[in-house]
Each structure stands twice: as structure tokens, then as C-alpha cells.
Design a protein around this ligand. Structure first.
Ligand SMILES: Cc1ncc(COP(=O)(O)O)c(C=O)c1O
Length: 351
């Protein structure tokens, strides 16, 4: 039986266009450590795509590196990084931001749908004992777009949260491990969801959406970029053959490839959730809004137990819930099969 891959977009392969770009970069020789023409080209492409004349870009190899390095460049060691309690930086990166941030802490600010509530952000910032060395001093607001449960802020909400943060002297970081899925769903210009909405630095993901261990830190704030020059080197991210990472991110951002791949993944998830709703199986429901390529589904425990048996690969979140993620590689047939097999697992008969 063919398995249907719904564990993570990280499980998907490399998009052919990106492999072709790596192959094309593999001719002749080039200056090492980012002094090559492909890395220069990456800067131009990022400037075009983000409509920002002075934006700087630092290729790195993982989302954790992008987050921890970019945030550490924006916070003093005594700083507090405010983020939603579900944020990857606080739940799933082994404290990398604190390590690179010299001891900076992460502090959760809650809100529904894994999105920070602006009034809670305001009250958190208003209750800080500013200048008191006994308390970590909020220094960065980190927004995850889309969130770790696949929900999205509208660009106006990003702007509102950024404005509150800036009023209190914080920098704004955006964890965009799946930014392409977010921008594709919002249908806005990348600039509108980032610097025009007050974001200072972005962890731009590419690996989940078709690249081969290539991510980039996109920096709109000159002082953060100046720090990153040294921090990327000291953490081993100024790679000697950077041109192969740069080639990937350039191909990714060229001619809208990143948005096409992401829109595909989003569309497949919309089809999948429509199919699951159509099953009308008792005890099956979506636990969260589905804005991009990720869904959380509640289902009876025996049905969840049966999913591997019917060839559906997904993450078990609890005895009665699973996470489903589609990718640039998910086909229409995968979705049809998944719905039918879900129906089998929950005893709803063929879809
Ligand atoms: C929202 C978010 N940010 C950051 C990361 C970290 O990426 P990596 O696993 O490449 O370190 C992930 C990975 O799943 C993620 O989902």
C-alpha cells in the first residue's frame, strides 16, 4: 500500500527548480564565504521581492539557526523575547535563542488561535519594571507567521502588534519558517506582511517548501544586520560554499516559485479539510482554523490508532488528535486517498 505523507512539509523532497539551480551553480569555481556572484544576486532578488533597497540577507542552514541568530542580534543578554506560548522558539528549539542570546529569556504572551492578543501584549509591556535589573527587560517581540498551529495574522494585526512593541522600544522579529504559505494565503505583498508592518528582521524559511537545508535571515534594520555579520560567523553559518545555499534561495524567490509551491500546499490542505468535513463522521472535527497547509483533527482514539494501518503518516498529538501537513509535493490523488482512508479509519465508509 502506498503511504500518504502528512507528517510534515519537512518530509517532502527538494523542488526540481531548486535542484536545477544547485546543478547550475555547480560549474567552475567561485570565491568562498559568500563573496561569490550568486550570493550577490541573492541580495538583489531579496531587495526586489521585499521592495526594500537596503535589506540584507544571511543564508543559514536551519530555521533554528535563523531564529536564534536573528533574535540574539536584536536583544541584550538581559532581554526578554516576547512570543506566543506555542511559538517554536519557546517550545521546540532547545533554548537556542537563550544560548545565542547570552541568557536572554523567552516569555509567552497568550492569545486565541496561537496568535498574540494585542491587549495582552500592551498590558504585559505596561506592567514591566523598566530599568529594574531584577527583571528581564522585554527587548524583542517575535511573531510566528503562520503560527505553529497554522493560523495567520492579517497584515494589519502584524502592524498593530509591531506598533505596540516599537512604542516600548522592542525590535520585531518574524519567524517565517512557512512565510511563503502565509503570504500566499494572505495574497499581500511580502513587504506588507513584514517591514511595512513594522517587522525588523525575518527568519525566511525555504526548506519546508522545497529547498535543501537553506533558509535566510532577511534584515531590514541596519544595526541587527551589522551584528549578524559576526554572529553568523561565530556560530558557523558563514559557510565556505555559500553559493549553493544562495542559489537555492534565489531560485526559490525568483518568478514567484516560493508562492506557487506554497499555494499548492495550501490548496491541497483546503481540499483535504473539505473532504474530512464531508465525511460527517461522528467524533471527527477540526480543532483549529485552517489558514495554510496545516490542520489539527480530533477523532476517536481507535480511529487515530488505525491511521498508520491504512497508510496515513501523520503526527499523533494526543490519544484523540493528529496533525496533518501538506506540502508542495502533495498530489490531488494523495488528498483523495487520504480522505477515503480517513473514512475507513473512522468507520465512515468510502468517501
Ligand atoms: C514555526 C517554525 N519555526 C522554526 C522552525 C525550525 O526549523 P528547523 O527545524 O529547520 O530548525 C520550525 C520547524 O519545524 C517551525 O515550524
Amino acid at each position: 500500500m502506498r503511504v500518504i505523507e502528512l507528517r510534515s512539509d519537512n518530509a517532502a523532497g527538494v523542488a526540481p527548480e531548486i535542484l536545477t539551480a544547485v546543478q547550475a551553480a555547480n560549474t567552475g569555481s567561485a570565491l568562498a564565504y559568500g563573496g561569490d556572484e550568486l550570493t550577490a544576486r541573492l541580495h538583489e532578488v531579496v531587495r526586489e521581492v521585499f521592495e526594500h533597497p537596503t535589506v540584507r540577507v544571511f543564508p543559514v542552514t536551519s530555521g533554528t539557526a535563523a531564529n536564534s541568530l536573528s533574535i540574539s542580534a536584536a536583544t541584550p543578554p538581559w532581554g526578554a523575547v516576547l512570543c506566543h506560548p506555542s511559538a517554536h522558539i519557546i517550545t521546540s528549539e532547545g533554548g537556542a535563542t537563550s544560548l545565542f542570546g547570552g541568557g536572554a529569556v523567552m516569555q509567552g504572551v497568550d492569545g486565541d488561535h496561537a496568535l498574540i492578543d494585542p491587549s495582552r501584549l500592551r498590558s504585559t509591556l505596561e506592567s514591566v519594571r523598566w530599568g529594574d535589573p531584577h527583571e528581564s527587560q522585554p527587548s524583542v517581540l517575535s511573531l510566528t507567521v503562520p503560527s505553529d498551529v497554522g493560523t495567520l495574522y492579517r497584515k494589519e494585526q502584524i502592524a498593530e502588534l509591531s506598533a505596540i512593541a516599537h512604542e516600548h522600544g522592542l525590535r520585531v522579529h518574524l519567524d517565517g519558517a512557512r512565510l511563503a504559505n502565509g503570504v500566499a494565503a494572505l495574497g499581500c505583498a511580502p513587504a506588507d506582511a513584514t517591514w511595512r508592518a513594522g517587522v525588523d528582521v525575518v527568519s525566511l524559511g525555504a526548506t519546508k517548501n522545497g529547498a535543501l537545508s537553506a533558509e535566510a535571515i532577511v534584515v531590514f534594520d541596519e544595526t541587527i544586520a551589522d551584528e549578524l555579520v559576526y554572529r553568523t560567523k561565530r556560530s558557523g553559518h558563514v559557510t565556505s560554499k555559500m553559493r549553493f545555499q544562495s542559489a537555492q534561495v534565489t531560485a526559490y524567490l525568483t518568478d514567484g516559485l516560493w508562492l506557487r509551491l506554497a499555494a499548492h500546499a495550501n490548496r491541497r490542505m483546503a481540499e483535504l479539510t473539505a473532504g474530512l468535513r464531508g465525511l460527517e463522521a461522528p467524533g471527527v472535527r477540526l480543532l483549529e482554523r485552517v489558514d495554510v497547509n496545516m490542520a489539527f483533527v480530533e477523532l476517536p482514539a481507535p480511529a487515530a490508532d488505525a491511521l498508520p494501518e491504512v497508510g496515513i503518516l501523520c503526527y499523533r498529538m494526543s490519544p484523540t488528535s493528529v496533525r496533518l501537513v501538506t506540502s508542495w509535493q502533495t498530489t490531488a490523488d494523495d488528498v483523495q486517498q487520504a480522505v477515503a482512508r480517513f473514512g475507513e479509519a473512522v468507520g465512515a465508509g468510502p468517501a
